[in-house]
Design a protein around this ligand. Structure first.
Ligand code: PEP
Ligand code: MG
Length: 843
């Protein structure tokens, strides 16, 4: 299956972050990802280097953010002048951003690694002015590029292993395989299908394209061949458990993040037949199946004379265009802008010069206009359907649809209309429902659609979403054999159609539909309401936002302020240190965008994983335990003082609170407050509240001492987790252990809240745990006052908190403090979800 590829030629991003943002924006525009996925791409860059080699970088999101991927696809930024990816030696010229819903992208990685061996081709792709060159190179099935690689063979000594990784072999485990193999003197080969590669080479391993369930043959030759095989096999199997755990985590986040769809949990209705396709438009309905497609139009080849046929063609075209323009105007007048746009686009398709030329050629060769049109249209539709870019291929249905309108005119037939005989609860089945038919659907008679073909970006799917009807696409050709008149359940959240469900399944479906309706009303209604629990306790909900231009979207999504502005982004997105004025302008813009709502600005947190090359800081052996955050600020007045001046100046324009990162001692707070006092006096500026991040265990344990000297705390659960559990948050093998739900981390949160309470200080959380449903519930239960999170998490978290009482959350949190592991804490979350789906959950 080929993957849709969006290409942007001649890009000139200023830096790596710019490039990642641009590529992420393309993915979002193309409907591959939720816009919040851009943050996930940036987060990945912080924790890993996505530079693959040979001028190729492959930004991709964090595994736990997979729920933000709407469908698999790639966005390629061609950067002819190159953009620095980490250090000078790493210049990315093709930035291939990946949105991978499951393991289809493995095939792309495989092709990419093969392409990289062909230097001339890589040069061509960096220089080409035809985006299709890049699309073809990444998606074409031909294996020509592979010939550059020397063919390898299995060694006689070997063993087989099945790859049970849910997402197939991707870069992280491949790196560990290679590392393991490199420990041995023996040569190690890995076979998948007919391809054999060097097991010590990550790119070569990725080029295997090994998907879930693949059988691999490991073979080795050399003095320690037997040990090498044993070790490699052990690491493959061991990582399988970790991969499965990660995938399970991602799936549980996805089901929670589906918001409403999460209420379905793992419900499996029993039915005579179940079709699984791609969820194209959300919703759950019960209805009666209807085959929506009419028979193909019969066309005879009747030729009179070329001028008469040409005239007939012209008349038919004009009539079809007029029909489309009228439909477009009607839709616009009714406020259905998507429909209007689609009919307008159809008119454009009919003006396609190549199509008209082909028809004219047919007429000149002695064919009737209708026949010539049908023939030329058929060829164009087939060519479109075969395009490697699935988004473009999905447009085949549009072309067919618009073309049939002309054909009906030529044959003197009325425009296609829907069957009046359809039941009032129709679930339409079709091969690939035409946009015209979709657009005419009366939502009061049609409950949803399911198609054999199509994709989630086809216009049918777009219209389904606009009409608010659930739709499942790409369910396979057997769908068309389903009998009309049969009852069915259509699940547009999870992409399933249950044909002839059991009586129990129907009862369950009705209950689920009622619950979903209540939930939907609740989320819409509560998004802008405060997160007040059922017993009247209100938690402040803020967003983690770094730029003023992102504030509006955050407020619209329900943010009540900004709980974390990471100012290091001002340093990371440029090649020089921003001066006081530049920082002041950025901060002032932020204050103004918030219009009086709270803003917490964190001072520079450089060091650890956040390296700024232009600061030329000394390389440290253990950067996470080194000169980072406040420690750097206190050693570099040239960085701290201009930032404090900018902060105090910006504070004149509206509320602003300052927060220091990476505090581990009380002395640091004294020293920083002294610097603040000095700047404030110099500027004769107003007081600003001062807080600190609690992200080092010593700070959590000393919270009662620290609280005497600051106005608030914000807990950075990302770092607090890594320091509490002694797990590097970007360690390729251990990162999975860095689980913020660990009871050890929760106990530090409890201690922090208790310390703050002694001095009447408020406590927020701005680490990732605040945006996880179970995490947020526990944090509130532990007494946290404010949660600050990614924009995409705001709505679901607010709704979740509003469904529970503080007393319930407190009880849950107490239970979570008293277990052995993060898994046990997560198991308590099932109780939370169960409660969520219970009948008693009234809006
Ligand atoms: C954290 O550590 O949780 C945090 C919010 O800070 P950052 O992720 O920027 O280190
Ligand atoms: Mg941190």
């Amino acid at each position: 299956m080929s993957i849709p590829v969006e290409v942007r030629l001649g890009a000139a991003p200023h830096n790596r972050e710019d490039a990642v943002r641009a590529a992420g924006a393309v993915l979002a525009q193309a409907g591959h990802v939720h816009p919040a996925y851009v943050d996930s791409l940036l987060q990945r860059e912080k924790v890993a280097n996505t530079f693959l080699g040979q001028g190729v970088a492959i930004p991709h999101g964090m595994i736990e953010d997979k729920h933000l991927v709407q469908r698999t696809g790639l966005a390629v930024l061609q950067v002819p002048a190159g953009v620095r990816w980490g250090d000078d030696a790493k210049q990315a010229r093709l930035v291939v951003a990946i949105a991978a819903a499951s393991d289809e992208h493995i095939a792309v990685l495989r092709r990419l690694t093969r392409l990289m061996r062909d230097e001339a081709l890589m040069r061509r792709l960096v220089e080409t002015s035809d985006p299709q060159d890049i699309v073809r190179a990444l998606t074409a099935e031909d294996e020509a590029v592979a010939t550059a690689a020397p063919a390898l063979e299995d060694f006689p000594l070997g063993r087989e292993v099945a790859l049970n990784y849910p997402n197939g072999l991707h870069a992280r485990p491949a790196g560990q395989w290679a590392q393991t193999a490199q420990r041995f003197a023996a040569r190690v080969h890995v076979r998948c299908g007919s391809t054999v590669v060097d097991g010590k080479n990550v790119a070569a391993l990725l080029s295997l394209g090994a998907g879930r369930g693949a059988t691999l043959r490991l073979s080795a030759q050399g003095p320690d061949a037997e040990e090498a095989l044993r070790a490699l096999r052990a690491v493959i199997v061991r990582l399988g458990d970790e991969e499965a755990r990660q995938a399970q985590l991602a799936a549980s986040r996805q089901s929670q993040a589906q918001g409403l769809g999460s209420a379905l949990g793992d419900w499996q209705p029993t039915a005579r037949q179940t079709f699984t396709g791609i969820a194209a438009s959300p919703g759950l309905v019960i209805g009666t199946l209807v085959q929506a497609e009419g028979a193909a139009l019969e066309v005879e080849d009747r030729f009179r004379s070329a001028p008469l046929e040409a005239e007939a063609l012209e008349r038919a075209l004009q009539a079809a265009l007029a029909e489309l323009e009228a439909l477009s105007a009607q839709a616009r007048a009714a406020g259905r802008t998507e429909q209007a746009g689609i009919f307008h686009a159809h008119a454009g398709l009919l003006r396609d010069a190549a199509l008209l030329q082909a028809v004219s050629r047919g007429i000149v060769q002695g064919h009737g206009a209708a026949w010539a049109w049908r023939h030329a249209l058929g060829e164009r539709v087939a060519a479109q359907r075969a395009l490697p870019d699935a988004t473009l291929a999905a447009r085949a249905a549009d072309l067919q649809d618009a073309g049939e309108r002309v054909l009906r005119q030529l044959l003197g037939l009325p425009a296609a209309t829907l069957e009046a005989a359809w039941p009032a609860d129709a679930i339409l089945l079709a091969d690939d429902l035409s946009p015209s038919v979709t657009a005419q659907i009366d939502p009061s008679r049609v409950r949803g659609f399911c198609t054999a073909r199509g994709g989630p970006t086809a216009h049918t799917a777009i219209l389904a979403r606009a009409l608010g009807l659930p739709a499942v696409v790409a369910s396979g050709p057997d769908l068309l054999a389903a009998e009309a008149g049969t009852p069915a359940i259509l699940d547009g959240y999870r992409g399933r159609l249950y044909v002839a469900p059991s009586a129990t399944a129907l009862i369950e479906a009705r209950d689920k539909i009622a619950l979903l309706a209540r939930r939907q009303a609740e989320e819409a209604r509560t998004r802008l309401l405060p997160a007040t629990t059922t017993d009247g306790h209100t938690v402040e909900i803020a967003a983690n936002v770094n730029r003023a231009d992102q504030v509006e979207r955050a407020l619209e999504a329900g943010a009540e302020g900004v709980g974390l502005m990471r100012t290091e982004f001002l340093f990371l997105e440029r090649d020089t240190v921003p001066d006081e004025e530049a920082q002041y302008q950025a901060l002032r813009a932020m204050v103004e965008a918030l219009g009086g709502r709270p803003l917490v600005v964190r001072t520079l947190d450089i060091g650890g994983d956040k390296q700024v090359p232009h600061l030329q800081l000394p390389v440290e052996d253990n950067p996470f335990l080194g000169v980072r955050g406040a420690r750097l600020a206190l050693r570099r007045d040239d960085l701290l003082m201009p930032q404090l001046r900018a902060l105090y100046r910006a504070a004149r324009h509206g509320p602003l609170q300052v927060m220091f990162p990476m505090i581990s001692t009380v002395e640091e707070v004294h020293a920083l407050r002294q610097r603040m006092a000095q700047v404030r006096e110099e500027l004769d500026a107003p007081e600003v509240a001062v807080g600190i991040m609690i992200e080092v265990p010593s700070a959590a344990l000393l919270a009662d001492r620290l609280a005497a000297h600051v106005d608030f705390f914000s807990i950075g659960t990302n770092d607090l987790t890594q320091y509490a559990l002694a797990v590097d948050r970007q360690h390729p093998e251990l990162a999975g252990m860095a689980d913020s739900l660990h009871p050890a981390v929760l106990r530090l949160v409890e201690r922090t809240v208790a310390g703050a309470r002694r001095h009447g200080r408020w406590v927020g959380v701005c680490g990732g745990l605040a945006g996880e449903p179970l995490g947020a519930a526990l944090l509130v239960g532990l007494g946290v006052h404010e949660l600050s999170m990614s924009v995409g998490d705001l709505g679901p978290i607010k709704a979740l908190l509003r469904r529970h009482s503080l007393a319930e959350l407190q009880a849950l949190a107490q239970r979570a403090l008293d277990v052995d592991s993060a898994d046990e804490v997560r198991a308590l979350g099932t109780a939370l979800r169960g409660e969520d789906t219970a009948e008693g959950a009234q809006p």
